[in-house]
Design a protein around this ligand. Structure first.
Ligand SMILES: Cc1cn([C@H]2C[C@H](O)[C@@H](COP(=O)(O)OP(=O)(O)O[C@H]3O[C@H](C)C(=O)[C@H](O)[C@H]3O)O2)c(=O)[nH]c1=O
Length: 181
């Protein structure tokens, strides 16, 4: 698999080796040994999630506070999304910066987002099915949301018009008032 560092230290783009033949394709969507080597440490995942979204749905920006902070290994198995990670690590030289990557069933790219980042995505196709592994369990009490359109973050979402977002995401905090991780 091909691993590409992003400008946010720790956030990786992972491209699996795909074996195609006349039947279709095969690839290892997760290999613990290869992933640990890419991440530079052993990473345990405890939960798999699967969501489906319609075009222009935007989910995020979400994170969980310690001690329930989650690392996320995300991928798309149908359709296409613009996936974003935001650096919330106060001591990071890229604090408050973001990276975006287009993930699709076609490109089979995955994004590894360690704990310490907010995460969200915008659905670019008619529908998109989004699968991800997390390093800690869902904990609503520890969950926080930063507004997707925070002016300080200034994320360049490839939007054609205002997105469909949940009531929870509508009430997200500004980046200036976020609860530090
Ligand atoms: C995340 C989660 C949610 N739920 C329940 C809670 C709600 O009743 C329902 C929908 O949850 P929510 O609207 O928070 O789902 P998303 O907006 O897709 O949230 C996720 O979206 C962004 C992109 C993320 O990175 C997070 O993993 C996660 O926050 O599923 C669970 O039971 N377990 C879970 O792990």
């Amino acid at each position: 698999m091909k691993v590409t560092q992003t400008k946010l230290a720790g956030v990786l783009v992972i491209e699996p080796r795909v074996f195609g033949d006349e039947r279709g394709f095969f690839f290892e969507s997760f290999n613990q040994r290869a992933f640990d080597e890419a991440a530079g440490a052993h990473v345990d995942f405890v939960q798999d999630n699967h969501s489906k979204s319609s075009r222009n749905v935007l989910r995020g920006l979400h994170y969980q506070l310690p001690p329930k902070a989650q690392g996320k290994l995300v991928r798309v198995v149908q359709g296409e999304v613009f996936d974003v990670a935001v650096d919330l690590r106060k001591n990071s030289k890229t604090f408050g910066q973001w990276v975006g990557e287009t993930l699709s069933a076609e490109n089979k790219k995955q994004l590894w987002i360690p704990a310490g980042f907010a995460h969200g995505f915008l659905t670019l196709s008619e529908t998109a099915e989004f699968l991800y592994k997390t390093t800690d369990y869902y904990s609503p009490e520890h969950e926080r949301c930063i507004r997707w359109d925070d002016p300080e973050l200034a994320i360049q979402w490839p939007l054609l018009h205002s997105p469909t977002i949940s009531d929870k995401d509508k009430s997200g905090t500004s980046f200036a008032e976020y609860d530090p991780v």
